[in-house]
Design a protein around this ligand. Structure first.
Ligand code: C5P
Length: 219
């Protein structure tokens, strides 16, 4: 059985950056599960549907093809909002569950062809619902304002037009929807290390995560 790392938290808290560092350090296969929901939401929008229509959302999730996860359009805030809507549909979550669990239990080989030592999945409900038996659980968070500033900077760096107040409003709207939905809401698992990165840089967050993981003697 290989090791499973579950990294959850709200948008722009630093979980993607931390997951990448851990992926490289521990030679893990990584799955950004947000992309599955983004691709589902995007698919509904692209076909002219409403992401809040449960049937359209579930059909899109069931028809999802892993090749669709590479679409750069999935990085937009429009895709994020659609993702947050489709992700509240229980049928969508059920449709995406097997793929995530299969990835966690049978991680694909690394880019250089060597076998992965485990899997790292980042999302909202990995430690609570998708992989409740994960050996490592981290819940990465930060204040809403700090997260909105990080997202704003990221959008600007990618050359996308952004207005800070709008980014903050979108973030609040998405947080509220993700935390209040009845199907697998955003929540820290009781056995997760909660990392508040509001006053931490990427190196400090990585060091704190490493201390927690090394103490588990998994490798
Ligand atoms: O992490 P990311 O911002 O890409 O996620 C987009 C949206 O997908 C989130 O706002 C959330 O609604 C949904 N999501 C989820 N469960 C996950 C990962 C993402 O509901 N495991």
């Amino acid at each position: 059985m290989s090791v499973i790392f579950a990294i959850d938290g709200p948008a722009a808290a630093g979980k993607g950056t931390l997951a990448k560092r851990l992926e490289a350090h521990f030679q893990l296969a990584k799955l950004d599960t947000g992309l599955l929901y983004r691709a589902t939401g995007y698919k509904v929008l692209a076909s002219g549907g409403d992401p809040e229509d449960p049937q359209a959302a579930e059909d899109a999730a069931r028809a999802l093809n892993p090749a669709e996860l590479d679409n750069p359009e999935l990085r937009t805030d429009e895709a994020a909002q659609a993702a947050s809507k489709v992700s509240a549909v229980p049928g969508v979550r059920a449709a995406l569950l097997d793929f995530q669990r299969d990835f966690a239990e049978n991680p694909p080989a690394l880019a250089d062809g060597s076998p992965a030592k485990g899997a790292i999945l980042d999302g909202r409900d990995i430690g609570t619902t998708v992989c409740p038996n994960a050996q490592v659980k981290l819940f990465v968070t930060a204040s809403t304002e700090i997260r909105a500033k990080r997202r704003f900077k990221e959008l600007q760096e990618r050359g996308l037009e952004a207005i800070y107040a709008r980014v903050l409003d979108d973030m609040k709207e998405r947080d509220a929807r993700d935390s209040s939905r009845s199907a697998s809401p955003l929540a820290a698992a009781t056995d997760a290390l909660v990392l508040d990165t509001s006053d931490m840089d990427a190196d400090q967050a990585f060091a704190a995560a490493l201390d927690f993981i090394v103490a588990k003697n998994l490798f």
